[in-house]
Design a protein around this ligand. Structure first.
Ligand SMILES: Nc1nc2c(ncn2[C@@H]2O[C@H](COP(=O)(O)OP(=O)(O)OP(=O)(O)O)[C@@H](O)[C@H]2O)c(=O)[nH]1
Ligand SMILES: [Mg+2]
Length: 449
């Protein structure tokens, strides 16, 4: 248990209906009784977990009317005595009340320190602590859901079960090393190998890099094509806003223009690019280079064709080179069509192809549907946070090393590899976490959480 008492403003800066100051530590109750006077009585003992109406007083001065609650240890967020004071959510009020708490003996909390105490006092494991921050920072519905699953223990339970499997394998290996007469190397190694393979498979299944990236980074789509195909019109149509300039002059878009939509709880980032063509204009050339870079970084490269014109040699060449993850949009379907989906398929069989008119928003529904399919993520994957993915990857690598050393019949070395895998897994739950790791995790938190 920490001996000092920390305090911070727990609500976001700025104006709000209410703002909350949170105090945690052994002095929380003392500070609260010094600065808070319940309505209708002089003071006295607080009933735990009961919200009380009253006034915050700095000496004789009333700072605000407020509601206050004391949550006695261990039934609190940090497992310490915690007081929360709800005042009106003005910056001045909150600053005065916080300053008062600090004068009465509290110390200003560091980023994430309340949650760090919850972890250090054994209330939550490290993956649950991170889930709290993940929930606060969730930018999409799927990210929120992944954080809630993680907070409910989805990640910790999975990792602890895998660690248990690994302990059993470690015990088996130790037996082989200690009793070489009773257990032949081949026999012991054979069983171990099967167990290791099962564990590696289990870890790999729990890791879905694609879903993880979609949940945390969203999906990046780049619209590309020749000038005047209607890329900017499509961007505007999809985001429902006139963001990119549209004219009938080829070469209108010089810089990349970005828009964001949400599909199936995933953020989809759309990048409109300068039409690709050989050009002498230095500004347009920089734009074309930027387009090419955006294309390289895209999850989905989307070729936009003007369906009312013949397909050009350049477009045919791009089409041939397109990856399966890409898609083709034949635009301007309101005009007489020269290019059809058959034209496209004859050149690039198997590529996803949609016919739309950027001027008809209903027709763009097909593109949104396509994004929805691509943005589908599994609800059951246990490990989605980048830090956890990295730890699982290292555990898998160590287990594979162990399999190789077992083949060489050097069980001592395999034991070292298994311990390395065990250490990597325990970083996720924080069962083995040093100060450096904790600093790295909690420094990303906000103050007051
Ligand atoms: N009829 C019709 N015209 C369209 C459609 N989409 C775009 N246009 C027109 O085509 C012209 C070019 O559209 P843009 O969206 O600026 O084309 P772009 O591909 O961004 O062109 P650059 O920025 O020059 O590369 C404009 O006059 C648009 O109004 C469509 O679906 N139907
Ligand atoms: Mg454009």
């Amino acid at each position: 248990m920490n001996q000092d008492t920390i305090a911070a403003i727990a609500t976001a800066p700025g104006r709000g209906g209410i703002g909350i100051i949170r105090i945690s530590g052994p002095a929380a109750e003392g500070i609260l009784s010094e600065i808070f006077r319940p309505a209708g009585r002089k003071g006295g003992v607080f009933e735990s977990h009961r919200l009380v109406y009253g006034k915050i007083l700095d000496g004789g001065e009333v700072l605000d009317e407020c509601m206050a609650v004391l949550m006695r240890a261990p039934s609190s967020y940090t497992r310490e005595d915690v007081a929360e004071i709800q005042v009106h959510g003005g910056t001045q009020v909150l600053q005065r009340v916080l300053a008062l708490c600090l004068r009465k003996g509290a110390r200003l909390a560091e980023a994430g320190e309340f949650t760090r105490r919850a972890f250090l006092n054994g209330r939550i494991d490290l993956s649950r602590a991170e889930a709290v921050m993940g929930l606060i920072e969730a930018r999409g519905e799927q990210e929120r859901r992944a954080a809630v699953r993680q907070m409910a223990g989805g990640t910790a339970d999975f990792v602890r079960a895998a660690a248990d499997d690994l302990y059993k394998l470690q015990a088996g290996l130790a037996a082989c090393i200690d009793y070489p007469e009773e257990i032949s190397d081949e026999e012991g190694a054979g069983e171990l190998r099967a167990g290791l393979e099962r564990l590696v498979r289990k870890l790999r299944d729990a890791v879905d890099e694609r879903s993880s990236r979609l949940i945390h980074d969203g999906m990046h789509v780049t619209l590309f094509g020749i000038p005047n195909a209607g890329k900017s019109s499509l961007l505007n149509g999809l985001i429902g806003q006139d963001k990119a300039i549209v004219t009938e002059i080829p070469g209108t878009t010089r810089d990349t223009v970005e828009g964001e939509i949400r599909v199936g709880g995933i953020r989809v980032f759309l990048t409109d690019t300068a039409g690709l063509r050989k050009t002498e204009d230095p500004i347009e050339r920089i734009g074309v280079e930027k387009s090419e870079r955006a294309l390289k970084n895209a999850d989905i490269a989307m070729l936009v064709l003007d369906g009312s014109r013949e397909i050009s040699d350049e477009e045919t060449e791009w089409l041939r080179g397109m990856q399966d993850s890409g898609a083709v949009v034949i635009n301007k379907s309101d005009l007489p069509q020269v290019i059809t989906e058959e034209t496209v398929r004859a050149i690039r069989p198997g590529i996803r192809c949609m016919t739309v008119s950027a001027l008809d928003s209903d027709s763009l529904q097909q593109i949104r549907e396509f994004f929805r399919e691509k943005a589908e993520v599994s609800d059951s994957i246990a490990v989605t946070q980048p830090r956890h993915l990295d730890a699982v990857r290292r555990a898998v690598a160590s287990l594979e090393d162990a399999m190789r050393t077992l083949d060489l019949l050097t069980p001592d070395m395999a034991a070292t590899d298994l311990q390395a895998a065990q250490n990597a897994l325990s970083e996720i739950t924080g069962d083995r976490a040093d100060e450096k790791l904790l600093d790295a995790v909690f420094s990303g938190f906000c103050v007051g959480k």
